[in-house]
Design a protein around this ligand. Structure first.
Ligand code: NAD
Ligand code: GLY
Length: 360
């Protein structure tokens, strides 16, 4: 097992990474400081992994909240199910919330933990590749609004993150590929060597070889932890983690939450960002081809939905947390392995990408 520390002063916490971590009770129990524990999961994950977690918690008062499964349930209304359970069972301020699931369960539960009685401790047990390499680390929590993705939320750090590589074996191929979009992102924004390693080992990764999985999780978390430690609340460098996300969020919101998986929308959005970076003279044609080819090999879509026009994209992209003073601001690529900070891009170049990239 490998442990990595997220260094955030008195909000620092460990990420435990390894095979079989769900069967190690002490990883979990050392971070629970009260008798009351609520586990939040969903209807797909509960039959697979809930029992493994509750088995360690016999000495606690444990309540379980099983949410409906899907991005369309990442809403304020769903959070109310958690609050009702906590209140019905008289859970107090020192109760611990455990999020057992993918990014949707993690984001909703973390936000519920941030809000309940103005904040209770919570623990992340991420069960998708995407959640293990990205969403469970760094303290971004929240829900969607009909008008914009992740628009309601809070920065709220967990007590620890427990990653068990073994749970990835039950993930379906589409969801596994969606997680790879965020893995490839780290290579693109700041780790060219990692990008090349992914290119060279994509078959091994897709076969879910344990050693390859361990490498991509550790290297992704290492990149994320360094960024979060230097800019927890995204006043600067943390924004580069959103490469492709402004385009991607527009696809998720515009097409209806759940139609494109988050990782799929990010893959398409990153290809659009690469095309735009080429139009600004930063990437060349060969770089864009390399990026698109790797996403395709990873089993991800690379072309935007044909029924979302450039004008609709612009309208949706105008609702984004990176925007300022009415301007759309984007993370682009200076080269493979180096992202720009958010920049206001020339409208003509943006429209050229939206009208032309992937439309032929
Ligand atoms: P998800 O949570 O919807 O999980 C994907 C699917 O896999 C679900 O059907 C889930 O029930 C199922 N599942 C989960 N674990 C499983 C397992 N081990 N075996 C079988 N099935 C399993 O999707 P996701 O890709 O994990 O997360 C996407 C969400 O994460 C989006 O809402 C996105 O906005 C958010 N996100 C947040 C951050 C952040 O920093 N907070 C970062 C990236 C993405
Ligand atoms: N996934 C983007 C971030 O954590 O900042």
């Amino acid at each position: 097992m490998n442990t990595m520390q997220v260094q955030l002063g008195d909000r620092s916490y460990p990420i435990y990474m390894g095979a079989g971590n769900l069967s190690k009770p002490e990883l979990l129990t050392q971070h629970i400081k009260s008798k009351q524990v609520v586990i939040v999961t969903n209807e797909t994950i509960a039959p697979l992994y809930l029992q493994q977690v509750t088995a360690h918690l016999q000495q606690y008062q444990v309540e379980v909240v099983v949410l409906p499964d899907g991005e369309q349930y990442k809403t304020l209304a769903t959070m109310d199910i958690i609050f009702s359970t906590l209140l019905n069972n008289r859970f107090s301020r020192n109760a611990t919330l455990i999020a057992l699931g993918g990014g949707v369960v993690g984001d909703i539960s973390g936000f519920a933990a941030a809000c309940y009685q103005r904040g209770i401790p919570f623990i992340q047990i991420p069960t998708t590749l995407l959640a293990q390499v990205d969403s469970s680390v760094g303290g971004k929590t929240g829900v969607n609004h009909a008008l914009g993705k992740n628009m309601i939320g809070a920065f709220y750090q967990p007590q620890c993150v427990i990653i068990d590589v073994n749970v990835l074996q039950t993930l379906d191929d589409r969801q596994f590929s969606a997680g790879l979009a965020e893995v490839i992102k780290y290579g693109l924004i700041r780790d060219a060597e990692f990008f090349t390693w992914i290119e060279d080992n994509i078959e091994k990764i897709l076969s879910r070889d344990e050693e390859a999985l361990t490498i991509i999780i550790e290297q992704s978390c290492r990149n994320k932890v360094e960024i979060v430690a230097s800019d927890e609340r995204e006043s600067g460098i943390r924004a580069i983690l959103n490469l492709g996300h402004t385009f991607g969020h527009a696809i998720e919101t515009g097409m209806g939450y759940g139609r494109y998986l988050h990782g799929e929308a990010v893959a398409i959005g990153t290809c659009q960002a690469a095309d735009l970076s080429k139009r600004l003279g930063w990437l060349d044609e060969a770089d864009v081809k390399r990026i698109v080819t790797l996403f395709k090999k990873a089993g991800l879509p690379t072309q935007p939905p044909t029924d979302l026009s450039a004008q609709e994209f612009i309208k949706l992209m105008a609702v984004d947390k990176k925007n300022a003073d009415g301007d759309i601001r984007l993370i682009l690529l200076k080269k493979i392995g180096e992202a720009s900070l958010p920049i206001s891009v020339d409208k003509t170049a943006l429209l050229a990408t939206l009208n032309n990239y992937g439309r032929d």
